[in-house]
Ligand binder design. Structure first.
Ligand SMILES: Nc1ncnc2c1ncn2[C@@H]1O[C@H](COP(=O)(O)OP(=O)(O)O)[C@@H](O)[C@H]1O
Ligand SMILES: [Mg+2]
Length: 275
């Protein structure tokens, strides 16, 4: 078995309360690119819209056990996970009922710790060999800073923030960082930023470059060198229920996600050496 730089599974919440910035696309395609180099990944869909599930080819009718059951009924990830067309990439699907979870959880004690409890069980299952040796979990968050996103940040080791290269990109990010700090000061003091990812970069548009420069001067080394270009192939792939890497590996979008996977593994290696 090949070891990734860090031994235990790393749980990454892919979060930004803005919709349409590339959270789901990144969870799917980064997971695919890592799986392609032998790094087992699990995508956990906690957006009631279920785009990650659909984008990975999981039909609604086949979603029997879902993140709703994991969150609300102490269901087990092992029973909920479904293998995708990508070897080494599995998904825990979501359903629309998850939208009601916020209200249902509101008065329940420990509501922010539901996902963490489930991930604790998954970690034990990985260690005992009952679950596959996942190296990364990507939690695809909803476009909101609600109890679902707080559950994800409470359970996660790190947060990966996709940022669309548009004028209002930095606006709203302060809200996300406030939630990040709030989680750090309450439910998860060890939470770190995995990285900030510039998405939908359009090199013909001066604004893209300007936004990228602003974000880099603001977040420094936390911003990935890899930038995801705006690429129509990326947006076509989900309607075929497959990652863009399967749909058209030569496309600029696929190549960017492959590069990002390499950068993340390299950074993880550097961190492991420093530890
Ligand atoms: N790099 C890209 N180039 C072109 N379209 C993209 C790119 N990334 C995402 N999209 C498209 O933009 C829309 C929003 O992306 P998505 O990943 O669903 O965002 P979020 O999960 O943050 O709401 C989707 O239709 C998706 O296919
Ligand atoms: Mg999404």
């Amino acid at each position: 078995m090949t070891e990734t730089p860090h031994g235990r599974v790393k749980i990454v919440a892919v979060a930004n309360q803005k919709g349409g910035v590339g959270k789901t696309t990144t969870a799917i395609n980064l997971g695919t690119a890592l799986a392609a180099v032998g790094t087992n990944c699990l995508v956990v869909d906690i957006d009631p819209q279920g785009n990650a599930s659909t984008g990975l080819g999981v039909e609604r009718s086949t979603r029997k056990v879902t993140t709703y059951d994991v969150l609300m009924n102490e269901g087990d990830f092992l029973e909920a996970m479904i293998e995708t067309k990508v070897p080494g990439l599995d998904v825990v699907p979501s359903v629309g009922e998850l939208a009601g979870a916020e209200a249902e959880l509101l008065h329940q004690e420990g509501r922010n710790y539901r996902l963490r409890g489930a991930f604790d069980r998954l970690r034990a299952q990985i260690e005992s060999g009952a679950a596959k040796p996942y190296k990364y979990v990507f939690i695809d968050c909803p476009p909101s800073l609600n109890v679902l996103t707080v559950n994800a940040m409470t359970a996660a080791d790190t947060v990966l923030v996709p940022l669309q290269c548009e004028f209002f990109a930095l606006e709203g990010l302060s809200q996300l960082m406030e939630t990040f700090q709030l989680v750090r000061s309450s439910t998860n003091p060890k939470l770190k930023i995995e990285g900030v990812l510039l998405t939908m970069y359009d090199k013909r548009n001066n604004l893209s470059e300007q936004v990228a420069d602003d974000v880099r001067s603001h977040f420094g080394e936390q911003v990935y060198d890899t930038v995801i270009p705006r690429n129509v192939t990326v947006s076509e792939a989900p309607s075929f229920g497959m990652p863009v890497l399967l749909y058209d590996i030569k496309s600029a979008g696929s190549q960017a996600y492959i590069k990002l996977a390499g950068e993340i593994l390299k950074r993880a290696g550097v961190q492991a050496e420093a530890a």
